[in-house]
Design a protein around this ligand. Structure first.
Ligand code: PHE
Length: 335
């Protein structure tokens, strides 16, 4: 009897099929109500006492092996790919899905690249600043309404501490620690207490530039910005400077570039003016140089500052500032 079961185990081991009907026949033959295994269990009572133990053990092996074989063959059959033996090695692999760079990072890196080509270094500084570095050292007199130009987040318990409203504060830190020639840009995040809308946000990013040396003139400023505009928006780009006011520059100007979308003919992006405002700039006010320990008789300098979100909006025709901060992958995947 035991030998018979051993032979059956060999038969089960040897069985293979990738046909569901055949596997089902195999199951019926061994495990159904009238199947071999069931019949053998019924035999159990007729087995002599001293053989019962071994009989039971071998029979259990047969039963388990049969069930395992059926499970295994079925698993290899279906489209469930667990345990699938036949793998088509000629199929193309599943590529890793990589993320993309945020448009702000892309544009920031592009701006940095353009200015480093001109010899500018990169300076960074703290986002939580004091009044001196954001305002006083930049020729904002105390109580002067010019401080209202930039709606500031102050720390309630100590209004001397605030979130920087521009990265000009980093340039103050550079001037404090370095003597000219200074040629640096400061990219970074800035904060202003503005109601959030399609055109304004309380957090945005800037790149500000500072160049101080002997004989730096307004012509140098203009040339630098023209180079930047053409690199950023295309060779055919024109620039235009309009008089403006900043406490830390004199004279001050705002720069427009010819609209790259309509080529200056007029469209709804440039509001049919042909021009887009992109940055503020000017010659560093001598008061600023003196406040920061730089001889304003010997040295002159220019400064400029731009919002990265704004440049990215113009470059990619993005209509709503809020998109930058919502982290919607459908938006981010486009870059
Ligand atoms: N700091 C100014 C701003 O944030 C920009 C600016 C920088 C203007 C340098 C002139 C010169 O609006």
């Amino acid at each position: 009897m035991i030998n018979k079961i051993q032979d059956l185990i060999k038969e089960v081991d040897a069985f293979s099929s990738n046909n569901l009907d055949e596997i089902e026949q195999f199951r019926i033959k061994f495990l159904s109500k009238k199947g071999i295994v069931t019949e053998l269990f019924n035999e159990f009572k007729n087995i002599p006492k001293e053989e019962k133990k071994e009989f039971g053990q071998v029979l259990n092996i047969l039963k388990n092996k049969t069930q395992d074989k059926i499970d295994f063959l079925k698993l290899n059959l279906g489209d469930g790919d667990v345990g699938k033996i036949e793998i088509d090695l000629s199929l193309p692999g599943d590529p890793e899905t990589l993320g993309t760079r945020h448009p702000i990072s892309l544009v920031k890196n592009e701006i940095i690249e353009i200015f480093t080509r001109l010899g500018f270094t990169i300076s960074e500084g703290p986002e939580i600043e004091d009044d001196w570095h954001v305002f006083s050292a930049l020729n904002f007199p105390e109580e002067h309404p010019a401080r209202d130009m930039q709606d500031t987040f102050f720390i309630e318990k100590n209004p001397d501490i605030l979130l920087r409203t521009h990265t000009s504060s980093v340039q103050v830190r550079v001037m404090e620690n370095t003597q000219p020639p200074i040629r640096t840009i400061s990219p970074g995040r800035v904060f202003r207490n503005e109601a959030i809308s399609a055109r304004a946000h309380c957090i945005f990013h800037q790149v500000e530039g500072l160049y101080i040396d002997t004989n730096v003139s307004f012509a140098d400023l203009k040339q630098t910005l023209m180079y930047f505009a053409k690199e950023m928006f295309g060779e055919e780009t024109q620039i235009r400077l309009r008089p403006s006011f900043f406490p830390f520059t004199e004279p001050s100007a705002e720069m427009d570039v010819s609209c790259s979308l309509c080529g200056g003919k007029g469209c709804n992006v440039c509001k049919y003016t042909g021009w887009l405002e992109v940055l503020g700039c000017g010659m560093v006010d001598p008061n600023v140089l003196e406040s920061n320990g730089i001889d304003s008789v010997k040295y002159t300098g220019f400064a400029f500052g731009m919002g990265i979100e704004r440049i990215a909006m113009l470059k990619y025709d993005i209509k709503d500032l809020r998109l930058y901060f919502e982290n919607d992958v459908r938006f981010l995947r486009q870059f």
